[in-house]
Design a protein around this ligand. Structure first.
Ligand code: JFZ
Length: 441
């Protein structure tokens, strides 16, 4: 009996230790799936879809009065909301994760929060929590789930900022303490979903200290040790968000994500028909992949839950390309520096396969310069056609690699971006010098 007790105690201690270790997963471990994911779908769904106006900013900047903005609550019906269809469609696009607005700057929560009645259950004809069902549907499609949450809340009576030119207060520790309690309360409610990712927003209005950003981070990681946090938590996030659009040079951060709209709006705005084409979006995705990052592409469903047809078409168009080119997307790493190939490239995780993305119709063979490796095999991703490679201009006495040419026949070209894979004889090895002085000939 005594021994049994000791054994039990020992078991308990080991389990305790293992669980304890799990809490301290390294950043690389937590972000491994994110590094490989490449494509995510962002969802901005809120009452702003009713009038089809800017999410939250429209009242904050005075384009509509606060009261009129809030009248949109009456139009948020969710009558045709089909979270399973949303999740299916997102999966079909080739995305590996999805991020949904649980509460934008307007303070309207999509879930049944007990900390405020400003939520779609209490205040809209939808009369139900629309978040839980989506999280469940997304998970059953195997998608990672991210929750967008605005730290700032322009509707909350104890939040200092309200309209651009109208503050509630400037310095009031008591009121701020009340808001902080509320904010932590709502964040804690979200931890019950065990999100794979938290996508904070609106951090710019207060400092890390004022938000208690470190405490927020600690809370999230304590509740969900595997979770990851985006950049907008005043320095307490895990990955970078390039600001003004697609980066031109590879971001310094090992982990990054570009978030982008399909037209020029985050939420549903029927007036905004300025959609990027499927072709353009695929090329933007390739651009991100070639620099080792992810694209988080946004959709904005209507107030009844219908996803606009243009957005469905884009998701499906993307899906055609991602499904065909899986091996050249997921799990890849940033490509080789510009100058070796006139276009985007990426590498397999082990750096032995070089992917070339051909986003224009070639009118001659592709050229790769400065590749020291031998190419064991080259083929067209998605159909497997083997391609001939031909090296010219290699001088036997020189280290400078020759010019490697690959012909890409018309009939194997993709309507958007053709991808060529090259299996190298080892890890990619590049000639990066300026050339050699000819000493003998
Ligand atoms: C924020 C929101 O204000 C906006 O309404 C939308 O939800 C968007 C996804 O996020 O807007 C930002 C904030 C920061 C950057 C871009 C848009 N940024 O750092 O590039």
């Amino acid at each position: 009996m005594k021994y049994l007790k000791i054994i039990l105690i020992l078991c308990f201690l080991t389990i305790h230790q293992v669980v304890g270790q799990e809490k301290e997963l390294s950043k690389d471990q937590r972000l491994a799936w994110f590094k490989d994911a490449k494509l995510g779908i962002f969802i901005h769904w809120g009452i702003y879809a009713v009038n089809g106006i800017d999410e939250s900013w429209s009242f904050h900047n005075g384009y509509i009065s606060y009261d009129d903005y809030m009248k949109q609550l009456d139009g948020f019906t969710a009558t045709n909301y089909n979270p399973e269809y949303w999740a299916e469609l997102i999966k079909e696009s080739g995305a590996k994760y999805t991020v949904i607005t649980t509460k934008h700057h307007d303070g309207v929560a999509l879930w049944d929060t007990k900390y405020s009645d400003l939520n779609v259950v209490d205040k809209t004809p939808a009369k139900r929590d629309v978040l839980t069902s989506f999280v469940k549907a997304a998970r059953s499609e195997g998608l990672k789930v991210g929750l967008y949450y605005s730290l700032l809340d322009w509707s909350h009576p104890d939040y200092p900022n309200f309209l651009r030119d109208k503050k509630r207060y400037t310095d009031d520790a008591k009121r701020w303490a009340k808001f902080t309690k509320f904010n932590f309360g709502q964040i804690e409610e979200l931890t019950k979903f065990n999100p794979d990712l938290y996508w904070f927003d609106g951090d710019w209005e207060q400092s890390a200290e004022t938000w208690k950003a470190k405490e927020i981070r600690d809370l999230l990681l304590e509740k969900t040790p595997t979770t990851i946090i985006n950049s907008r938590l005043q320095g307490y996030g895990d990955y970078a968000t390039p600001e003004q659009g697609i980066p031109i040079t590879k971001p310094d951060s090992k982990y990054w994500e570009l978030c982008m709209t399909m037209n020029n709006s985050w939420g549903y705005q029927p007036n905004d028909t300025n959609y990027k084409s499927v072709n353009q979006i695929i090329r933007i995705l390739v651009d991100c992949i070639s620099m080792g990052g992810n694209l988080l592409l946004d959709i904005g469903p209507k107030p009844d839950g219908i996803i606009p047809q243009e957005q469905i078409d884009i998701l499906k168009g993307l899906g055609r390309w991602t499904n065909k080119h899986k091996s050249a997307i997921y799990g890849t790493r940033a490509g080789i520096p510009f100058g070796h190939f006139n276009g985007y490239t990426a590498l397999s995780k082990d750096k032995t396969i070089l992917y070339l993305y051909v986003d224009n119709k070639p009118n001659g063979p592709l050229l790769i310069k400065g590749l020291k490796n031998k190419v064991n095999r080259a083929w067209v991703v998605g159909n497997g056609t083997k391609l001939k490679t031909n090296v010219v201009g290699k001088l036997y006495w020189s280290d400078v690699p020759g010019l490697l040419y690959i012909d890409v026949p018309e009939d194997v070209q993709d309507q958007d971006v053709t991808v060529i894979a090259m299996q190298l004889d080892g890890e990619v090895d590049l000639y990066r010098e300026k050339g050699q002085v000819i000493e003998s000939n």
